[in-house]
Design a protein around this ligand. Structure first.
Ligand code: ZN
Length: 672
């Protein structure tokens, strides 16, 4: 599970904290964070501090893991939509062969479009999952195609042009609209066209074993198609679907295993290779257990079919990889939380029958990302908690990470963007955010990932997928509420993570402001809130606003036609968070689908159109991109005459276009 970045509210108000345990900003930082800006996107660059402090072996390990990461890129593109790779080839062909005037309006619009497609890993927006609407003319595009050298014009060029320009084709990658056939109406490529939701649900119901206490992650690594009218699963594996790309991943994992830091890590890599070789989900569970239990290695990685946000049924894993190494000083913070995990579980406001008697192996660390790939690129989460299988988490623990060099880059890039002046109610609150938002936001991520997701238990016999389409929203709300509730607890001051008992107010203010208002800048006029993390934040903020109305806990103040959030009673707000946490945990523990639906539909989906318009207008004056993402650094191995790596250098030479074109050229792993 990932905690997405609070794109705006957080990045724009972060400032150095006075707390010694968090990262301090380098005031003389002349690193060039800003890379590109187009449509609703800003592309940044992140630093990999301390890469040079790794040993040669660790650097070589990182190098091969980053290669294994980059080779998976096309898997994700193909999972996202069946024509994505062919369309990318066509767009890149036109882009690199263009000989005309680069100031031409059609060309400029085309350039924006190709940048959007790269960012979305396909023709759908990475977040809204709506298909991009081209603003260049169809004539311009077909003329450019006609001018391509022979051999570069695909046989189905007309069909691809129609897909790009006809808004009725593949309109949405992940459709969550209640009452519709979510599979038939979603354009993703996890299910062959023609397959219905009903057929898929029946199929999985028929193969899931009853009373299985260690269920595999059904369907995680397969594409569904129909053969002779029957549902069949095609596994992603060596020799199977995506076998070519997987062969490159395996080759690099194999090289990486030669540089493993220890035997446990070598066994993890071998086990992942086994999984890619067989496609057997039992092997994936064995791998996940080894991975969750390795807390000694400094270098770590995610590589595979992991998160299921791209599937409206929440089963199919989108390919992703993040290679990272532990930030040892900053990890002191999360280690302190982990060491107290049982205390947090025991003292939460949740009904004791839904608590874990024993919280096992909650491991948490602050990491430095070395490469972002697949579904974690260019847009990336700032916190991750894996593995996702509930029974593995319960029996073997889970690993939780905060990507601090990423939050640091967001922070550094956001200075002076005018957000506070526009949206924060008064100077006193702005000061509070300046002083404490960086540390409390990082702590919120830590609490969410290393305690929130790991807390609580399902009652025996409850299907982990019982909340269906609302599962992700409820799960994220559970982790967020756990974090919010405890941010205000004196325990954090007692264990030395905060130096001021009032610090939590910074995160509370930002959370409510974001949930009620500012996150709406990511939504197009007239649209609903759909993404699980956004729904979760809206659910929590709207619920707290509504249930605190009688006591005037949160107030919306109108000043010269502008709406401001005012929090009158922070302690009461904490009480509301605790109350909602208890209810959300009950819903999760008992699989109460009806209550989940009711909460989501009442608070998390519908947008007030006039407030929405006001927010979009206010943002328009600031020119802050609603979404941010990153280009990766470049790693170059230095080898001796036997080919053995003697060093790996890191550099940051590429802009966004250069990186995308290089990845397409060098890591094109799937025939299409
Ligand atoms: Zn989460």
């Amino acid at each position: 599970m990932k905690k997405s970045f609070f794109a705006i509210a957080m990045s724009s108000v972060l400032l150095a904290s006075s707390c010694a345990k968090t990262a301090q900003r380098d005031v003389n930082d002349d690193f060039d964070y800003k890379v590109d800006r187009f449509a609703d996107i800003e592309v940044l660059r992140y630093k990999v501090p301390d890469f040079d402090s790794l040993t040669v072996n660790q650097k070589a390990l990182v190098y091969y893991l980053t290669e294994a990461a980059l080779w998976g890129r096309d898997i994700l593109w193909d999972q996202n939509y069946v024509n994505n790779l062919a369309i990318r080839d066509l767009l890149e062909g036109v882009y690199t062969n263009y000989k005309g005037d680069k100031e031409n309006a059609d060309f400029k619009a085309f350039e924006t479009y190709i940048k959007q497609v790269w960012f979305g890993n396909g023709i759908h927006h990475h977040y809204s999952t709506d298909k991009f609407i081209p603003t260049f003319s169809r004539e311009f595009f077909t003329e450019q195609i006609a001018e391509l050298p022979e051999g570069m014009i695909p046989a189905n060029a007309d069909e691809l042009v129609e897909v790009i320009f006809n808004p009725g084709i593949a309109a949405k990658r992940v459709n969550q609209a209640a009452g519709q056939d979510l599979i038939a109406t979603s354009a993703n490529n996890f299910y062959e066209s023609g397959v219905t939701q009903n057929e898929v649900e029946k199929y999985y119901a028929s193969i899931k074993k009853a009373d299985d206490s260690t269920p595999i992650s059904y369907g995680l690594n397969t594409r569904i198609r129909k053969a002779d009218g029957k549902i069949v699963e095609e596994p992603y594996r060596l020799g199977g679907l995506y076998g070519d790309a997987i062969a490159h991943i395996v080759e690099n994992l194999d090289s990486a295993s030669n540089y493993a830091e220890n035997n446990a890590q070598r066994a993890i890599i071998r086990s992942l290779i086994d999984f890619y070789t067989t496609g057997d989900l039992k092997t994936f569970d064995e791998y996940s257990i080894l991975w969750a239990e390795d807390t000694d290695s400094q270098v770590d990685f995610i590589n595979g079919f992991i998160e299921s946000y791209g599937d409206p049924l929440g089963m199919k894993g989108s390919w992703e990889s993040i290679v990272n190494f532990k930030n040892i000083p900053a990890s002191e913070r999360t280690e302190t939380l982990s060491a107290n995990a049982q205390w947090f579980e025991d003292n939460s406001p949740v009904d004791s029958i839904f608590k874990k008697k024993e919280v096992k192996g909650v491991s948490a660390k602050v990491i430095t990302a070395a490469i972002l790939a697949g579904d974690a690129y260019p847009s990336t989460p700032i916190g991750i908690n894996l593995p996702n299988a509930n029974w593995i988490r319960a029996a073997h623990g889970s690993k939780s990470v905060t990507l601090e060099n990423i939050t640091q880059a967001y922070d550094a890039a956001s200075h002076g963007n005018g957000f506070n002046e526009e949206f924060v109610i008064d100077a006193e609150t702005s000061q509070l955010l300046d002083d404490y938002l960086f540390i409390t936001d990082n702590l919120h991520t830590d609490l969410h990932e290393c305690l929130g997701h790991g807390s609580g238990r399902l009652l025996p016999g409850v299907d982990p997928d019982a909340l269906k389409v609302h599962g992700s929203t409820i799960e994220e709300a559970r982790a967020d509420l756990f974090a919010l509730y405890y941010l205000a607890d004196p325990k954090l001051v007692e264990i030395g993570l905060l130096d001021n008992p009032e610090a939590y107010k910074a995160e509370y203010y930002k959370y409510i402001l974001n949930g009620l208002m500012t996150q709406l800048m990511r939504i197009e006029p007239g649209k609903d809130v759909e993404e699980a993390h956004m729904r979760n934040r809206k659910l929590i903020a709207e619920w707290a606003y509504e249930h605190g109305k009688d006591a005037n806990v949160i107030e919306l103040i109108n000043r010269d036609g502008k709406t401001f959030v005012k929090i009158n009673d922070y302690e009461a707000l904490r009480g509301l968070f605790g109350k909602l946490l208890a209810e959300i945990q009950r819903i999760r523990s008992t699989g109460d689908y009806e209550a989940a639906t009711n909460l989501v539909e009442t608070y998390a989906v519908k947008v007030d159109p006039s407030l929405h318009k006001e927010i979009l207008d206010r943002y328009a004056g600031l020119d802050i991109a609603p979404y941010k993402g990153f280009v990766n650094p470049v790693y170059t191995p230095v080898r001796d005459e036997n080919g053995r790596i003697t060093d790996v250098t890191i550099s940051y030479p590429e802009n966004y276009v250069e990186q995308m074109l290089r990845y397409s050229k060098n890591y094109s792993g799937i025939k299409h």
